[in-house]
Design a protein around this ligand. Sequence first.
Ligand code: AMP
Ligand code: AMP
Length: 361
Amino acid sequence: MVATGEIEGILAEYNKADMSVATIGSHSALNIFKGAREEGLRTVCLCAKGKEKVYKNFGLVDEFIMLDNLSDISNQDVVDRLIELNSIVVPHGSFNAYLDQKQMNDWPVPMLGTRKLLEVETSRTKQHSWLKSSGLNVPKIYKDINDLDGGLAFVKFEGAKGGKGYFIADNEASYNKKIGMMLKSGLITKEESERPYIQEYIIGVNTYPHYFYSRLTDEIELMGVDKRYESSVDGVFRIPVPEQIGQEISPTFTIVGNFPMVLRESLLGEIFTIGEKIVKKSKKLAPPGLFGPFCLEMIIKENLDIVVFEISTRIVAGCNALIGQSPYTYLKYDEPMYMGRRIAREIKNAAIQDKLHMVSD
Ligand code: AMP
Ligand code: AMP
């Protein structure tokens, strides 16, 4: 982990009138760059060679730092340039997906978010215990498929990217059969198959609210809500049931895109309460706690109970469906507002108030 005080020392030297927002060119970078542009901040793209086409095309990047490999972000010349440009790095989903956790923790560059909490995302067990100890409804976890007391189990694997290899089972026989299918098709390895994460399958509507917690104003904002479109689970319903059975399809959950959602208004109170509980608990778990963008993955059941099964302690790609505005930001702001811009606004305000330490770790 970067030494205590190291980031604050770097921030103290920053020219607060000449700030940059930097991120890796992928995931939600366009959202982040557009927001920074609209707030008058410089944009810096850490770009893997071969990925520059999209980022050049949209014309939102002021400076490209080209990398042979993403892991080169720790090279001294890259670190020096980021600091020279007074950068705050905004982490997104590709950071945890493609970079080594230790490298992230040791990276001596100011990042938006508390590093210890950004790391929680890489462990299902840690996420589950945070959600549960915050007093939220969470899915049951089973040590063994035989512990299932009716209902369905959702079986996940630690290494599985994008939900590949996940499956649903209702007893030991169907569990063993599906494990065999996953191994045969190469979706999971033998080693992964020996460490399943067996969760209660919750039937309801998958919902992904995006929150922003400002340490400057001590306020939680609801920035928007999205739903995901996943392959093949969302495509499988186009096939009539007899053919589905014949094909023995085991749907996968590879994310393909997102669409905006608005919630029944009477659910909003609970959505805010859930966000408040998470932020409150985070302050005890890893001071100063969660701040900036975060998202909770939840399922809303038919009785309107909300079960929360995952947390992202950073901007999520679902926010890209709401670049420009969401119904909720339209209600709150008299100008276009969306996650990338809200992030930049916070960085700008922190710079103006000489409180950059409150938006970075
Ligand atoms: P990518 O750079 O597109 O490979 O994405 C990096 C990580 O973010 C992967 O773990 C993806 O599963 C996740 N991700 C990418 N796009 C989305 C999206 N639109 N919604 C949810 N997760 C996403
Ligand atoms: P994940 O990779 O954990 O985000 O999950 C992939 C997909 O499975 C998403 O569409 C989730 O909404 C869904 N999902 C995850 N956990 C559960 C659960 N316990 N019950 C029902 N669906 C779930």
